[in-house]
Ligand binder design. Structure first.
Ligand code: C2O
Ligand code: CU
Ligand code: CU
Length: 539
């Protein structure tokens, strides 16, 4: 692993904390910094879990074991189906029911600070894993929350200040499923026919150790590994029977964006997005899946021959490769030979195999895909509390790092525009914005290269309640857009939305129930760690 130079920066951050905290009216972060350390006796938990983050050595590739960070779970109370182990480095799958009260004792056994976030779950601010609550080795953080999310697929991962990317990369992630009564009525494939699929890319040294090299180029683009792991395994093959399956896919990669499609041209049938099931199934030729996004697929292997197989692929696409090439060209022209070292192997654009489904057994009964799934009310401008007021999320760049609304992350900081009244529904516009940039760079004589360099896709994630997509507009022509544009689902509940170069996206998001600081950030984890993250102050 590289030597992270975060410690010094972290010290500087902590040193300025006192001053910043004092500047926030009406919110006491004296308690905030402590977070929740002792059980609330009036919180009657249905489920109790001990979750430890620790180092481990696990077999991934043939040969030496790989040193990883790993969540180890232990069920203390609740249904035995609550925890499901996966082999390898991934944390256990946490299977929750809507309405359950969950208490999680999170123990940090790592030689560095850590905190855990329940991505997609609607929980109170002290339970959300804000980096301000990071605990040191040997310390314990106590999470207590009620599961209010509808049935769907969420996940949990480290969310430590400036360490999220390397900690997730080293293994700190796991899946969360939620089930509810609406879902049960649908009789979707369950048990062995309900398959998790966590997709991640990694890079290994010759002794099978994780490699995480971050030069300038990798920082700007995000880390891309050259080995695809599915559920933590390489060359992942799943034996299946001739019937329908439910496939819960999470892109748990740091930066890689997949364009998922079936190798034999079978259309993608989506039944769920980040925030739960769709109103009705939707067919697409392929689906784009950016880091942190989830998609639930229906795939029916009926009629296939035992012995045959079909693979889930990431298909070739253009946008990033154009951006990437221009970036490399621009960098080389503008900044001299030093940049020539940037690794280009295994770019975003090529076709990659994700997992192979091997038909092993013929069975004759298979459930039918329902025409409708769950009731869902479309949010429109009529639902927005102040339809004329648009909350901006401007994606920009300065000093070789990405920003949101002109600023980088600062633990407790928020601006006036980032204040949201609680129990409101907001219209939010996410767009690319770089006023100072193009002019300055054009004068500097490297306009083209730097301009293209900013045109990387950003998966923008907002903590708290799930949102809906109001509109997606291409405001600037981008060469590769045609190769991805049929892969977006705009009809479901989302917590992460991929904003392509040249694209502007409006969303409608409720901010109900909980006050406090809630993060919004790019889920390209390298971008997040470089500060492409901000707080909303809900009050
Ligand atoms: Cu998946 Cu703020 O994170
Ligand atoms: Cu999140
Ligand atoms: Cu980004």
């Amino acid at each position: 692993m590289p030597n992270f130079n975060y410690k010094r920066r972290q010290f500087i951050q902590y040193a300025t904390l006192g001053a910043l905290t004092a500047a926030i009216p009406g919110l006491s972060f004296a308690k905030g910094q402590e977070g929740n350390r002792t059980p609330n006796p009036s919180f009657k938990a249905d489920v109790e879990i001990a979750l430890d983050a620790q180092t481990a050595d696990v077999p991934i590739l043939p040969g030496p074991h790989t040193h990883v960070f790993k969540y180890i779970g232990k069920l203390l109370k609740g249904p035995s189906s609550t925890l499901k182990e996966l082999p390898g480095y991934l944390g256990p799958i946490l299977n929750f029911e809507r309405g359950q009260k969950v208490r999680i004792y999170f123990n940090n056994q790592l030689p560095e600070p850590c905190i855990t976030h329940w991505h997609g779950m609607h929980v109170p601010q002290p339970m959300d894993g804000h980096p301000m609550y990071a605990i040191s080795r040997g310390e314990q953080y106590l999470y207590e929350f009620e599961v209010t999310n509808p049935a769907g697929t969420n996940w949990y991962h480290a969310h430590t200040h400036e360490l999220t990317a390397p900690q997730v990369y080293q293994g700190l992630a796991g899946l969360i499923t939620v089930s509810d009564e609406f879902e049960r009525k649908l009789d979707l494939p369950s048990g062995e026919f309900d398959l998790p699929l966590i997709i991640q890319d990694r890079s290994f040294s010759s002794s099978n150790q994780l490699r995480y090299i971050l030069g300038m180029h990798q920082r700007m683009r995000g880390f891309l590994g050259d080995v695809i792991l599915a559920n933590g395994q390489k060359d992942y093959t799943i034996p299946v029977k001739t019937r329908a399956y439910r496939l819960r896919i999470l892109n748990g990669s740091n930066a890689r964006i997949y364009k998922l499609g079936w190798s034999d041209g079978t259309p993608i049938t989506a039944i769920g997005t980040d925030g739960g099931l769709l109103e009705r199934p939707q067919d697409l030729p392929y689906v784009m899946l950016a880091p942190a996004e989830r998609i639930e697929l229906w795939i029916d292997f009926s009629g296939r021959k035992p012995g045959s197989d079909v693979t889930l692929q990431s298909l070739a696409y253009g946008t990033t490769s154009h951006g990437g090439d221009a970036m490399r060209g621009g960098m080389r022209r503008g900044m001299g030979g030093g940049m020539g070292m940037m690794g280009t192997a295994f770019g975003q654009d090529g076709e990659i195999t994700i997992a192979k489904f091997q038909i092993t057994e013929h069975i004759s009964d298979s459930p039918k895909l329902p025409d409708t799934l769950v009731p869902m009310s479309r949010l429109t401008l009529q639902n927005v509390t102040h339809p004329d007021k648009v909350v901006p999320i401007a994606i920009g760049m300065r000093h070789m790092s990405f920003q949101l609304n002109g600023r980088t992350f600062d633990m407790y900081d928020y601006t006036e525009a980032e204040q949201i009244p609680v129990n409101t529904i907001q219209r939010i516009k996410i767009f690319h914005h770089n006023p100072g940039m193009s002019g300055g760079m054009r004068r500097g004589g490297r306009g083209g290269g730097m301009g293209m360099m900013m045109s990387v896709p950003h998966p923008i994630h907002l903590h708290g309640q799930q949102f809906q997509i109001l509109s997606r507009t291409q405001v600037h022509q981008d060469n590769g857009y045609d190769t991805v544009k049929h892969g977006f689902i705009n009809s479901g509940w989302k917590d992460t939305v991929l904003v392509m170069p040249g694209e502007e996206i409006e969303i409608i998001k409720p901010f109900n129930d909980f006050k406090g600081l809630f993060l919004y950030h790019c889920h390209n984890l390298e971008h997040e760690d470089m500060g492409m993250m901000r707080n909303f102050f809900v009050s």
